[in-house]
Ligand binder design. Structure first.
Ligand SMILES: Cc1cc2nc3c(=O)[nH]c(=O)nc-3n(C[C@H](O)[C@H](O)[C@H](O)COP(=O)(O)OP(=O)(O)OC[C@H]3O[C@@H](n4cnc5c(N)ncnc54)[C@H](O)[C@@H]3O)c2cc1C
Length: 399
């Protein structure tokens, strides 16, 4: 840029510029009225974002025994007093309609083979079965697939892959566009009266994270440089159960596995969460995270175990195909071990930039001190069989 005069920069004009093509940027772009010309930027290719990696699912009060008020109560309880009630209400009230919109663009949620009804799972801190999944544990990937397809074929949305938003352009206290570097290396001003920053999370600011490489807090930095007030940066979500095979990227094991009945065991094979919270393994994430941390401290060890041996094979392989595929090649012992050497985080700040799913809704209760679980495969012959379906003896094994 230093070698160019401003007039050398290409200027394109839109009605809205959306930085980020994860679920937030895509949902916003697809919801705009017909005829609004949208520039949708992603610094990778469309579809590569945190959204793709979401395993666990989407909660919405659509079950016959459920209501948005129950969903609201559970959310406020899990938020431990730090939720913004208005934001929570907007979130839970809007969830069933959001599910309908996803269905309308062709999202394939998991359904009962018998009735054809959408299957609803139960997860941490939810008092009802209300979590929708797709592809078992590939919910984010399916939601993203449907939204990406809808965006790519939308006549009003111009998708810019490999387009790096560098800064907001502000005049008189208003954003009037952005400066971007396009895939070719060319710089461009994208002018618009509306600029939406939906650039995802900051996971890569941590030494170890389950987030993809692009989660580098660009949107947050741009907003701060432009003088935008930011809030709730202290809210960071540490997922309690992340598998880390030595030498591979950390791999998140969704809490839906606990939702289906998996136990957390300490090194003596004790279900320690039973003593900690009435919901045991389904307690809010920060409670589970602290429970794991305490179990590791008490046991003077760097891991705990996630025990699936009592769950039927069909359930595990049908419900969690991504996890099963990830683990099977590594010949994992039937229980999964978690340890806590390093700090890990799932996307958290990313969520906080979205009004419907920010800390206002999640509350601090979902983040914990870094308990940081990880797992490695045992190497002895007993493990050389199958990921699970075996009950080979004590769960006490060293990673
Ligand atoms: C392993 C894992 C599991 C998860 N499981 C769940 C779950 O079960 N349920 C759930 O609700 N949530 C889950 N989450 C969280 C959820 O995925 C995120 O909250 C959500 O996807 C965030 O969406 P987003 O659109 O805000 O950001 P992202 O999906 O991260 O999208 C960010 C977008 O911004 C773009 N971008 C960033 N910087 C720039 C720039 N400078 N210029 C141009 N574009 C830029 C990126 O390319 C990307 O397109 C999980 C997250 C992870 C990592």
């Amino acid at each position: 840029m230093a070698n160019r005069t401003p007039s050398a920069i290409d200027v394109r004009t839109f009605d809205v510029v959306v930085i980020g093509a994860g679920v937030a940027g895509l949902a916003f772009s697809l919801a705009l009225p017909e005829g609004w010309r949208v520039a949708l930027l992603t610094k990778g290719v469309l579809g590569e974002s945190n959204t793709r990696y979401a395993q666990g699912g989407i909660s919405a009060a659509i079950g016959p025994d459920d209501s948005t008020r129950l969903h609201e109560d559970d959310t406020l309880l899990a938020g431990a007093g730090l939720c913004d009630p208005a934001a929570v209400r907007a979130l839970v009230d809007g969830a069933p309609a959001a599910v309908d919109r996803l269905l309308a663009i062709g999202t394939k949620f998991d359904r009962s083979l018998q009735t054809g009804e959408i299957l609803l799972g139960r997860e941490a801190a939810h008092s009802r079965h209300r979590v929708l999944h797709a592809g078992g544990d590939a919910t984010g990937a399916e939601v993203e697939r449907a939204m990406v397809e809808a965006a790519r074929t939308h006549p009003d949305i111009d998708v810019f892959d490999h387009a790096y938003a560098l800064d907001l352009i502000v005049q008189g206290g208003q954003a009037v566009g952005i400066l971007a570097e396009l895939g070719s290396g060319e710089r461009s001003v994208m002018a618009a009266p509306w600029v939406v920053v939906a650039a995802g999370g900051a996971g890569q600011l941590w030494a170890v994270t389950s987030n993809p490489k692009g989660a580098t807090a660009d949107g947050l930095a741009m907003a701060l440089r432009a003088g935008v007030a930011v809030a709730d940066l202290e809210f960071v979500q540490f997922h309690p159960t992340v598998l880390a095979l030595a030498g591979t990227e950390p791999f998140l094991v969704t809490e839906a596995v606990r939702g289906e009945g998996a136990y957390l065991l300490d090194n003596d094979g004790k279900r320690f969460m039973l003593d900690i919270h009435p919901l045991a393994e389904l307690a809010p994430r920060d409670v589970v995270a602290r429970g794991i941390q305490d179990a590791m401290s008490t046991g003077n060890t760097d891991h705990v175990w996630l025990d699936l041996r009592h769950l039927p094979d069909e359930l595990v392989y049908e419900r969690f195909p991504t996890i099963a595929n990830e683990l099977a090649p590594h010949l994992i012992w039937p229980t999964i071990s978690f340890r806590s050497r390093r700090q890990r985080t799932t996307s958290s700040e990313g969520s906080r930039q979205r009004p419907t799913d920010g800390p206002a809704c999640r509350g601090s209760s979902r983040w914990g001190r870094p308990p940081v679980p990880a797992c490695t495969a045992p190497t002895d012959w007993q493990a050389i069989r199958f990921w699970r379906g075996w009950s080979l003896g004590p769960t006490r094994r060293r990673c």
